[in-house]
Write a protein that binds this ligand. Sequence first.
Ligand code: KG4
Ligand code: ZN
Length: 347
Amino acid sequence: MLILGIESSCDETAASVARNHTEILSNVIASQVEEHKQYGGVVPEIASRRHCENILWVVQKALKDADVTLEQLDGIAVTAYPGLIGALLVGVNFAKGLALAAGKPLVPVHHLAGHIASNYIAHPELKPPYLCLVVSGGHSHLVEVLSYTSFRILGRTRDDAAGECFDKCARAMGYPYPGGIHLDKASQTGDPSAYPLPKPKVTGNDLDFSFSGLKTAVINLLHHAEQKHVEIHRMNLAASIQSTIAEILTAHTINAAKKYGYSDIAVAGGVSANSGVRKALQEACEKNGFTLYVPPLSFCGDNGAMIACAGSYAFEAGIRADASLNASAAMELTHWGEMGEYVGKCL
Ligand code: KG4
Ligand code: ZN
């Protein structure tokens, strides 16, 4: 089975061809990060324009690198939700046109199902059901992966996502966008106990996350230091932020695994590249006798391979859209797997 995957939900235009779900024949990514950097974050209209310019050559290169023709494809998978609406629409409309012209089935993919699938590429032995911590710039979810296309959300952030918290703290410290990786690098030589930071207390579902209090505490700490002309030790602050986020994510993940009886745990999304998060999860899993699956660094951020892989499973499960497929900025992961064959109306 050969599936082309197309991704354009944020600031990466990406495409990939997957054979038999997990064998990645090509993986092309055109990143816009350098351009958005000067504005301190993604500018949605610029993102849409760059996707328009890049999508044709990115898809052509993905097919060429894979040595696969349009005719040989079994289906065309595309990220249809969630994300920046103008950015999603570029990929969705391109995929619709291509599917129509080539007479191939169109498979709408949920971006988070893509992140979850990134682990299957490196670890084909990982099979549902298992628990997955999905942590990206826009989401922090604890997900019960019931099958390749059905999910239950056990916990989610009430406010900022983990990646958003990394980026906003990094920005307050003067690091360029996206700041997560800069905080990661800076924390390598820092003391994580130097700046005690608050951990959230969430009432109701104790598997839910909250990161806005931590972000506010870091911003206040920086303001007070500036007003009092006190020097901040940047490496120590970076290490303190990183270890606090890693501790929160790890504690919730282990609690969820115990509560729901999972011993296979995966982590996915941009923040799964964070060295502190990977280490804390690994240590906690070893301590509890759980097995941890982490994606290779090259598949943590947005890419087409994860969409081709998730799209392959969705294709097999009968998830299809017709030419009326619309993008949605905020579709729930749980709705996606339940769609089956549908006509593409925006939910
Ligand atoms: O999954 P992703 O590429 O895009 C979304 O779907 O949002 O995630 C991007 C997020 C950004 O917030 C970025 O700063 C964060 O992942 N990130 C990291 C690291 N690498 C990427 N955060 C912390 N440490 C890293 N090494
Ligand atoms: Zn993503």
